[in-house]
Design a protein around this ligand. Structure first.
Ligand SMILES: *[C@@H]1O[C@H](CO)[C@@H](O)[C@H](O)[C@H]1NC(C)=O
Ligand SMILES: *[C@@H]1O[C@H](CO)[C@@H](O)[C@H](O)[C@H]1NC(C)=O
Ligand SMILES: [Mg+2]
Length: 256
């Protein structure tokens, strides 16, 4: 694994430096398949299964697909996929007739939906989700407030505001780190919102339960959830899911 990643990082550095078009592509096959559990695993099929939620409750990107996921995330395809979702969302949003009473809301998740943690996931110790999650390291990363905007989502955010939607950020991020998180969001262009809901110490249950509960509260307060966008299916299923949901890609981790 370590050696594989040295090669991957060297390749990525070269790719960034030369700015060459970088569609999803596999590295040259590694010599031998020692240590790989499923050397014939088709990573493209794996990623499709993840995005469609045919594959559930997975914990790590398979070793076999770590390089593939790295190339996908840092290459043009990930950006194109995100842009495609955002464009479809905008077409839908534009078609709606808003009442103008300020109650039409659009819910955005944060991590890997509006803010990308890619600088963190590209680290050797994280390996695009192929190595076990380290909450200490991730919390330190959040404190850095160095996440980057997902361009398509930021554009959509601005378009929605222009159309008259109110924005609600609903995140599983803990209330305890709200300061660096909110600072990070403002720095990358998400400067206003109707509500910014973080997970408090009294919020229990699974992600689906937590997010459903918060959406229910919003509807009970008179808001109409016209759109709901997230990178995890747990952002988009459960109850009070909104009129329409939009899934942005995330092959790096699964939150149930
Ligand atoms: C919005 O209003 C226009 C004009 O009244 C109407 O033609 C259109 O069908 C409405 N769209 C929706 C989605 O209700
Ligand atoms: C998790 O991250 C912390 C902070 O970077 C590091 O000190 C620790 O060794 C890591 N734990 C594991 C199991 O890798
Ligand atoms: Mg997320």
């Amino acid at each position: 694994m370590g050696f594989t990643f040295l090669i991957l990082m060297a390749t990525l550095a070269t790719t960034f430096a030369s700015q060459t078009p970088n569609q999803i592509h596999l590295l040259m096959p590694h010599s031998g398949s020692g240590g790989l559990k499923h050397p014939d695993l088709n990573c493209n099929s794996w990623r499709l299964a993840v995005e469609t939620s045919n594959l559930k409750d997975w914990t790590l990107v398979p070793d076999e697909c770590a390089d593939y996921v790295g190339h996908y995330m840092l290459g043009k395809q990930y950006r194109a996929d995100c842009d495609f979702v955002a464009n479809e969302a905008y077409k839908y949003a534009k078609s709606l007739n808003l009442t103008g009473d300020g109650k039409d809301i659009w819910i955005f998740d944060i991590d890997e939906t509006t803010l990308s943690n890619l600088p963190y996931y590209a680290r050797n110790s994280v390996a695009f989700g192929a190595l076990p999650y380290n909450s200490t390291a991730f919390d330190l990363w959040v404190a850095e407030a160095a996440g980057v905007a997902i361009p398509g989502s930021l554009k959509l955010y601005n378009q929605l505001i222009e159309l008259g939607f109110k924005i609600v950020f609903l995140t599983g991020t803990k209330q305890a780190v709200s300061e660096p998180r909110i600072r990070n969001m403002k720095n990358i262009g998400y400067t206003k919102w109707e509500k910014f809901i973080l997970k408090g110490t009294n919020d229990h249950g699974t992600a689906v339960q937590y997010k459903s509960g918060k959406r229910k509260e919003l509807e009970e307060a008179g808001y109409r959830i016209r759109g709901n966008m997230g990178d995890q299916w747990s952002d988009l299923i459960g109850t009070n899911t909104g009129d329409r949901t939009f899934k942005v890609p995330d092959p790096m981790y699964y939150i149930g």
